[in-house]
Design a protein around this ligand. Structure first.
Ligand code: ATP
Ligand code: ATP
Ligand code: MG
Ligand code: MG
Lengths: 256, 256
């Protein structure tokens, strides 16, 4: 049975997609069978793995509403890369369409029952909101990784997100655990950033990953080439940090 | 009649809130009567203006659903600052609740009819999505300002956003114009950033503001002190850029 992990934070631009893609790639490189689900209508995870969205007939939208079997939507862009179920702009209408269904939060969990027989880990990249798409991911998941940009505004959303996770655990998914909080775009030269880091470690002591991800300009370049950073610029500090994160993640997720 | 301008982009973390707050503050400083509407459940615009959200009884949530008159929700944190209608976490349930209403996209437009008699400009800070909250802002608005971070992934969402704006203009709000595209976190040293800027200017030649906003670490600091950057660190390059933007914005919005 695969472990299902959602990468989520309603704050925008904190590194959810960058983390989902590079974590999935590092785990796949270490021999795990990995499926990445792009659940964001922007489709940034699909682009970051080099998927050309224009030609896609079967995306997560068709899978969610039962129009396509999940197996038809799975793509492996290169032999080394993780499998991915891409997202297209059609997904932006999904939240309103889901709102009208009976078990509206359970759709994704149902879709992932079959593939979790063949995979070791399924990683879900969430959009920057706490709407029905993210709720579907939280109901399907065993764990959540929460990327937090080391900026003041990012702190605000963290306690709101923790409250939501508690509600989901009580009412919809008792298995849901916090796999870890990941500090991203870390720059040790800035006093404010160090202060934000101290706050996060104070409020959530056991949950912060030891690994943090430094800011690195080649992240954006790797995305423009549709290649995970850990292969595009493997010697960069951020790439090495994602490899280290994959080891720490595996200890927390697979050794239980 | 006030001009109503939505600050929107479904890509997260591109500078929507930073732009909404500093543009509103600069316009208010120049003598305009300004109302800022925080339409993001994260409530970052409220925090950036120093509003303590814990004690709020009347927020944009109560106003949208008719529980509070708008006048009761308006706050002016200091005598110089713009007026604001704050957002609280209650707003995160609004999209599902709006989905069940008949004129679900028109709620905000109706709420803003009265205040636009007394204001010169109403600025709406949108969440990072194209859901019903953002749709309400686009139906109420005369213009949109689109902050775009100079990063590769940010380009992807731009054409999707333009398609949505076209649909809103055809079906819901024929007055909707693009006030301008604002390039944020601009760093001229990076080759990729200069490439992204060239792409944006090529696709949307007349719409990009001449002013762009440089990256500046004191932005985040100003937010932690609940003070707009243009007052917190008025000599910084980003603060001067926002003052320049306010002038360019006024020419595009008020001189018509
Ligand atoms: N470690 C890093 N160093 C430098 N830039 C980074 C880093 N991580 C992410 N970025 C850049 O920051 C931007 C935001 O990252 P990303 O898109 O992964 O965040 P996100 O949380 O998925 O955003 P959204 O909320 O829109 O889904 C991207 O342009 C990306 O290139
Ligand atoms: N010019 C700038 N220089 C440096 N940092 C900036 C600049 N503009 C914004 N930031 C920082 O980038 C982060 C994202 O900015 P902001 O919150 O305004 O974006 P947003 O688009 O409103 O995000 P969201 O999608 O979550 O609503 C914030 O932490 C902010 O402090
Ligand atoms: Mg993303
Ligand atoms: Mg914002």
């Amino acid at each position: 049975m695969a472990k299902i992990i959602a990468i989520t934070n309603q704050k925008g631009g904190v590194g959810k997609t960058t983390t989902a893609v590079n974590l999935a790639a590092a785990l796949s490189q270490s021999g795990k069978r990995v499926l990445l689900v792009d659940l964001d209508p922007q489709g940034n995870a699909s682009t970051s793995l080099g998927v050309d969205k224009k030609g896609i007939k079967h995306s997560i939208y068709e899978v969610l509403f039962g129009h396509s079997p999940l197996k038809k939507a799975m793509i492996q862009p290169t032999s080394e890369s993780p499998w991915i179920i891409p997202a297209t702009p059609d997904l932006s209408g999904a939240e309103i369409e889901l709102a009208g269904l009976p078990d509206r939060e359970q759709q994704l969990r149902r879709c992932l029952e079959k593939p979790s027989q063949e995979m070791d880990v399924i990683i879900i990249d969430c959009p920057p909101s706490l709407g029905l798409l993210t709720l579907n991911a939280l109901v399907a998941a065993h764990g959540v990784v929460i990327p937090v940009q080391c900026e003041f505004l990012a702190l605000e959303g963290l306690s709101q997100l923790m409250r939501i996770l508690e509600i989901v655990r009580k009412r919809l998914n008792p298995d849901l655990q916090i796999t870890g909080i990941l500090l991203t775009m870390y720059d040790k030269r800035s006093k404010l950033i160090r202060q934000v880091v101290r706050e996060v470690e104070k409020f959530f002591p056991d949950q912060v990953f030891e690994t943090n991800i430094p800011r690195n300009i080649t992240v954006s370049e790797s995305q423009s080439f549709g290649t995970p950073l850990i292969w595009f610029d493997k010697k960069s500090k951020a790439a090495k940090a994602y490899q280290k994160l994959a080891k720490e993640f595996s200890k927390r997720v697979f050794s239980k």
